[in-house]
Design a protein around this ligand. Structure first.
Ligand code: SF4
Length: 217
């Protein structure tokens, strides 16, 4: 278990709020070494691109719910090819999403998969941004998750334009569904494209009250 205190985290947040993403990742690599991991939904590989520059051996994982779009798997393979890495695919038992309400489906497929992915880790890095959703406006650059692990969100202050601008400038793989209006990509049964001007997150669990899968609460 990490010895980083809440006082340390507060000081780090001040230091990292305007720091380059690579500096935050480098700190995490220094702190946690091989017990650090990077989460990816394969919407884009911007975080992976930066993390890979800091540490080419950094662990990257993807949670396989059994319900992803073909394009998401294509993106994962493009990431593996570009960076010469093997993404760690974590899978729980296949869920029949039609038989479960979305809350229980996400709990069984995604949250349980994340718990598995984080076994033996001390820190993890996500691509969460404050602009993603109203539930994320206070995302810190560094904090602690419900397991007590240090959770880093070095893109917290980025906008979608920042992400796609970086991707274009650095030839970073982006899920081809983004160009078709899928601006927040989850599982195929629960993701629809959004019209211009609509909030990207409105394409997730459309028609329900659900806004988060539970990975980041
Ligand atoms: S996003 Fe939909 S299909 Fe995927 S785990 Fe959640 S409820 Fe199930």
């Amino acid at each position: 278990m990490s010895t980083i205190t809440d006082t340390d985290l507060a000081a780090l947040n001040e230091e990292f709020e305007r720091a380059p993403v690579s500096k935050v990742v480098a700190w995490a690599v220094e702190q946690f070494g091989s017990s650090l991991t990077v989460a990816s939904s394969m919407q884009d590989a911007v975080l992976i691109d930066i993390a890979h520059q800091v540490d080419p051996n950094i662990d990257v994982f993807f949670i396989d719910t059994g319900l992803h779009f073909t394009e998401t798997w294509d993106t994962l393979r493009a990431v593996e090819d570009k960076y010469g890495i093997k993404v760690r695919v974590v899978k729980k038992d296949e869920q029949n999403w039609k038989e479960l309400d979305p809350e229980h489906c996400c709990e069984a497929a995604k949250v349980a998969g994340l718990d598995d992915a984080l076994v033996g880790r001390q820190g993890w890095i996500t691509a969460l941004k404050r602009v993603d959703a109203v539930t994320r406006v206070q995302v810190p650059v560094v904090g602690r998750d419900r397991r007590g692990l240090v959770k880093l969100n070095p893109l917290a202050a980025w906008t979608d334009d920042d992400v796609y601008g970086y991707a274009a400038d650095h030839d970073v793989p982006v899920n081809p569904l983004v160009a078709k209006g899928y601006l927040s990509i989850g599982c195929a049964p629960c993701t629809v494209p959004v019209a211009p001007g609509q909030h990207p997150r409105s394409g997730r669990w459309a028609g329900t009250d659900k806004t988060e899968c539970g990975l980041h609460v």
